[in-house]
Design a protein around this ligand. Structure first.
Ligand SMILES: C[S@@+](CC[C@H](N)C(=O)[O-])C[C@H]1O[C@@H](n2cnc3c(N)ncnc32)[C@H](O)[C@@H]1O
Length: 632
């Protein structure tokens, strides 16, 4: 059961409490709220359904009540406003919200009256209206409330609620919305993520996608059109596909499409940067005018000035401003990075504002440096876009994405070597894409070879039986497509993070890894004969070797142990050579990636396990007890 409980506060007056106002006034406000909730609910519920919520499998009861003041929400302090049941046969277009006036909270839902059937309603408008602190005008032709009197319509107003300003009316709704979101994720993994999760997921997706934020891509095209009448994309196509063996029409159009898509993403990012910045300039203009005028007058003047400059009607401008205010809020909270890398859901996110809350924006704020690490290291030129609004363009985090350790909510990331200072002042780590052979141990021989290259069966996958190849037309093996073959991921969405419980660093997933998806190959130096160091032992029918990640390797070096892990190592053969692959057992976004190091590791380690799992096997342990008896 989900509860939506907006509370309201009137500005410059005594706090709104059931005792402080007459019952009649309260009833009026409650009715107006009921009307507004009823108007907005279809839109919100439509979003819910679009997000994959299945009312058949998990009916929801959505309730809205008015809470007095800032204090804790105790049930006897709540004035019920509306309720809607979302269950079997629910359609957002026929959603009926039950206005509940006074204390008639237990009123029979079946006797409810439909107030609106408008799925286009905007929640954001409701936010602004309920936080505007103005008397609410009455419209005679408004539909009747459930007491027979005409319900009152609330004047539309563009006064957007700024994040951080603690206007209770919205924050409580948002808390509840967020509770729904959490419940969905934790209680029913089959359900789709909420609007906010989608928004955050969209940022991570575009950060780890191959998209390049490069304004020169756009400029080049237009310069070429001006000089030759043709976009540079066409004349460049051959060069772009030179790396590919197939230089046919399909390759050519793929490169063109990639470049155009990148250019349009860059343009879109520029557009939202400038729109968010415009809001800031608008606010400054209003402040400037406020020196001589009342705030409301100053705002009206600024809007009028802008209408002339844009050549838009006031309505058009106000509609746009509502969305742009959302962009501005996102930028203020999550940084420019959140706006620039926002996915296609940005507009909807800002239009409906369903997920705009202090809590969700707290989450966004906490992610800022993590986004920046990914953006600066994977898209080093992205900040150049910010020069359009005069912001600094120098990347903050340079180098490889795993040269940085993200460090708790909202904190700046730390350079990797710094996190090993206390043990090794000269710590360094070379990031490898694939393992390298230690010449001293193996000479030119690769001990991972299972089937020599010249053997015709070397390209046959021993797991699926399909042909393996790095060339798309030849490859049919789909075992670990994000690691091997032509569909390799640009960069695996993982970050090094500072563990809060004394395990030093760990590995965190930025996006979900579904069960069976590769988290990475265990990459390092292929050696042998090392003692007293952490190594992975590989074994084929020809040789036993070690993979050492002390000085060089990849992100798998930072995976911590858990007694209830969410990944495991598997042996896999790619093109005749053994690989050791870390495979997900279902990892959620923002979750630490863990693996079971195994009993032998812990037996030889003079440390206690800090995995924190209730069934932890290596905490406060007597090492003798975990040594298996001889006959086992
Ligand atoms: C392969 S490293 C993992 C990354 C390591 N945490 C780091 O910061 O470099 C293995 C070491 O991490 C630490 N570690 C990993 N899992 C642990 C756990 N569950 N409890 C305590 N320490 C752990 C131990 O010091 C272990 O020797």
């Amino acid at each position: 059961m989900a509860t939506v409980s907006p509370s309201a506060k009137s500005s410059g007056e005594a706090p709104l409490t059931p005792k402080g106002r007459s019952a009649r006034q309260m009833e009026d406000i409650t009715q107006q709220l009921a009307l507004q909730v009823s108007e907005q609910l279809p839109g919100i519920l439509h979003e819910l359904l679009q997000g994959g919520f299945d009312p058949d499998s998990q009916p929801l009861q959505l309730e809205c009540s008015l809470t007095a003041g800032n204090g804790p929400r105790v049930s006897d302090n709540r004035l019920p406003v509306a309720a809607v049941h979302i269950g079997r046969d629910f359609s957002p277009f026929s959603a009926r919200s039950t206005p509940l006036v006074g204390n008639k909270f237990s009123q029979d839902l079946a006797s409810s009256q439909p107030l609106v059937e408008n799925a286009q309603a905007s929640f954001q408008a409701w936010n602004s209206r309920t936080s505007s602190h103005r008397p609410l005008p009455v419209s005679a032709d408004a539909p009747p409330g459930n007491d027979g009197r005409p319900a009152k319509r609330v004047r539309k107003d563009i006064g957007q609620r700024r994040l951080g300003s603690n206007t209770d009316s919205t924050s409580v709704v948002r808390e509840e919305e967020s509770a729904i979101r959490k419940k969905r994720i934790s209680d029913n993994p089959a359900l789709q993520p909420s609007t906010f999760d989608k928004f955050i997921g969209g940022i991570w997706d575009s950060l780890y996608s191959g998209v390049r934020m490069d304004i020169t891509e756009v400029i080049e095209q237009w310069q070429a059109i001006e000089s030759s009448g043709q976009p540079k994309l066409l004349t460049d196509a051959e060069q772009g596909i030179a790396i590919r063996s197939d230089t046919g029409t399909f390759g050519r159009i793929s490169i063109l499409t990639r470049k155009i898509s990148q250019a349009s993403k860059t343009c879109r990012s520029l557009e939202v940067i400038i729109q968010a910045h415009w809001i800031q300039c608008f606010d400054e203009r209003v402040n400037e005018l406020s020196a001589e005028q009342t705030f409301d007058k100053a705002k009206r003047i600024a809007i009028a000035e802008a209408c002339v400059d844009f050549d838009w009607s006031e309505k058009e401008l106000r509609n746009k401003m509502a969305i742009w205010r959302g962009y501005h809020d996102i930028k203020t909270t999550g940084g420019w990075v959140a706006l620039v890398f926002a996915g296609t859901g940005l507009y909807r996110f800002c239009k409906y504002r369903v997920s705009f809350s202090d809590e969700t924006f707290g989450i966004l704020r906490a992610l800022r440096h993590r986004f920046e690490v990914a953006a600066d290291t994977l898209h080093p030129r992205w900040r150049i876009l910010l020069s359009i609004v005069g912001e600094p363009t120098e990347p903050k985090y340079k180098g490889h994405p795993h040269d940085w350790v993200v460090n708790g909510p909202g904190n700046e990331a730390i350079p990797l070597p710094q996190t090993y200072q206390q043990w090794d002042k000269n710590f360094s780590y070379i990031h490898l894409d694939s393992s390298i052979i230690d010449d001293e141990a193996w000479g030119p021989y690769d001990p991972r070879i299972v089937t020599p290259e010249d053997d015709p069966t070397a390209s046959k996958c021993q797991s699926c039986g399909q042909t393996q190849s790095d060339s798309p037309p030849q490859n049919s093996c789909m075992c670990y497509t994000n690691l091997y073959g032509s569909m390799r991921a640009h960069m695996v969405p993982l970050q090094l993070f500072r563990t809060p419980n004394g395990k030093n660093n760990g590995l965190k997933a930025c996006c979900p890894f579904e069960t069976g998806l590769a988290v990475g190959e265990f990459v390092g130096q292929i050696t042998s004969g090392l003692e007293g160091m952490d190594v992975m032992v590989g074994e084929t029918h020809r040789a036993t070797y070690q993979i050492w990640q002390g000085k060089q390797g990849n992100h798998t070096r930072f995976v911590n142990h858990s007694c209830q892990p969410n990944s495991h190592f598997e042996r896999f053969i790619w093109l005749g050579k053994q690989r050791i692959v870390l495979v997900s057992e279902g990892i959620e976004a923002d979750e630490e990636v863990t693996v079971d190091y195994g009993q032998t590791y812990w037996q030889n380690l003079d440390k206690e396990c800090k995995c924190g799992h209730p069934g932890c096997r290596y905490q406060n342990r007597n090492r003798d007890l975990i040594t298996p008896p001889e006959d086992e």
